[in-house]
Design a protein around this ligand. Structure first.
Ligand SMILES: [Zn+2]
Length: 394
């Protein structure tokens, strides 16, 4: 009897507890449903999301209209994005933008057909380093790194940007510490470092590793002085006139061989590109800090014809970036390479004259293409290059 009474009491207790639990659950469920159905409350939740400074502009709080392009879900994605991220409907052909202080660059976006980019929102995560306007025009402000974000139709694209600084020291021009010598930027006569030890060491390592693979890579031309360039250019001027020499030549002080960072390898003509040595050099020289300085197809940027044999030391990090992105040194440093010859500007064959390293391929019809100044012994018989076949080394 007592046992039956206890069982009854237990049943009543459990029934009561079950009832209470149900009430709590129903109440909680009701609250959730209520929140989802209340747009006012949902907007408040989104408004409280603050985008971190390194993703968008400084501490911008998302408004209801912003949620169309930047949702909290996208924010979560941004926090874990890799350095460079393509969107699927639109993209950039530049995986990295290099830009100098006070220089502008229009961000060029590609898009699939029918995708309208006119609503794209451009942001830069550090407005001290660079600014970007509504049309995607980027301006370098101070030396440093930042990231551009382009948002459109719930997709985002991120592009890292490096803003560089050009400095001139003792008549030499450096961009972020890299000495630049091309048709625009030269070196004074007093810059006479000889072949620099870092170049020598890197080349020795490259040569030794190539040798282990049965490849014979040797230095056919290395450091050249300003004076040497003058004598070579003068002989060209004597033979063909200054205009011709200027057209085909770099002026003295503008040859990369004067930097102390440059080596010409092997045969100094583009048959080298077809050899096992030439192919290995193109694929591997960046691992030693060298770049193929005048790549094929970039003649209008470097100002010089393709030279498969001419390598320039810039350090492993820069060389690897340049190689992987298929750039020239001009693009990497955001500098131009143009020589505009002005009549009567003081340039003469005797004073400010040149060594021809290579020649531009543009606008020079019906003339022999002088591809390179080869080692000294090949330069003297100037008469011979009038009859030289196309691309013959001089
Ligand atoms: Zn060279």
């Amino acid at each position: 009897m007592a046992r039956q009474k206890k069982q009854k009491a237990d049943r009543a207790y459990y029934t009561f507890m079950l009832l209470m639990l149900s009430v709590v659950l129903v109440f909680a469920f009701g609250l959730m449903i209520g929140k989802q159905n209340n747009p006012q409350e949902a907007e408040t939740v989104q408004k409280s999301v603050t985008v971190p400074k390194d993703n968008l502009t400084e501490n911008k709080t998302i408004t209801a209209s912003d949620t169309e392009t930047v949702s909290s879900t996208q924010q979560a994605q941004k926090e874990t994005v890799p350095e460079f991220k393509q969107a699927t409907s639109f993209w950039s052909e530049n995986s990295h933008i290099y830009l100098r202080v006070n220089h502008e660059k229009q961000l060029e976006l590609k898009t699939v057909a029918n995708f309208d980019l006119s609503d794209a929102v451009y942001n830069v995560n550090d407005t001290n380093i660079a600014s970007i306007d509504k049309s995607g025009m980027l301006t370098g402000l101070t030396k440093g790194e930042c990231t551009i974000t382009v948002s459109c139709n719930e997709e985002t694209l991120h592009i890292p940007v490096t803003v560089r600084e050009l400095t001139v020291m003792d008549g030499c021009t450096y961009v972020d510490g890299i000495l630049i010598a091309n048709k625009t930027y030269g070196m004074p006569e007093t810059y006479d470092p000889g072949m620099l030890p870092e170049t020598e060491q890197a080349f020795n390592a490259l040569q030794a590793d190539a040798k282990d693979l049965g490849l014979n890579i040797y230095e056919s031309s290395g450091y050249r002085t300003y004076q040497y360039q003058i004598s070579v250019y003068k002989s060209m001027c004597d033979a063909y006139g200054e205009d011709y020499a200027c057209m085909y030549s770099a002026r003295p002080g503008y040859s990369e061989h004067q930097t102390g960072y440059t080596v010409d390898c092997n045969s100094i003509d583009n048959t080298f590109a077809e050899t096992a040595e030439g192919q290995w050099l193109a694929d591997n020289c960046h691992n030693y800090g060298f770049i193929i300085r005048y790549p094929e197809g970039k003649e209008d940027i470097t100002g010089y014809a393709y030279e498969s044999w001419h390598i320039r030391y810039v350090g492993i990090e820069a060389a690897t970036e340049i190689y992987e992105q298929g750039l020239t040194l001009e693009e990497y440093l955001d500098v131009e390479s143009v020589h505009v010859h002005v009549e009567g500007d003081g340039e003469t064959a005797d004073s400010e004259t040149n060594l021809s390293e290579t020649v531009p391929t543009e606008n020079i019809p019906e003339e022999p293409i002088i591809n390179s100044i080869a080692p000294e012994e090949n330069i003297t018989p100037v008469e011979s290059f009038a009859d030289a076949p196309l691309d013959a080394p001089i």
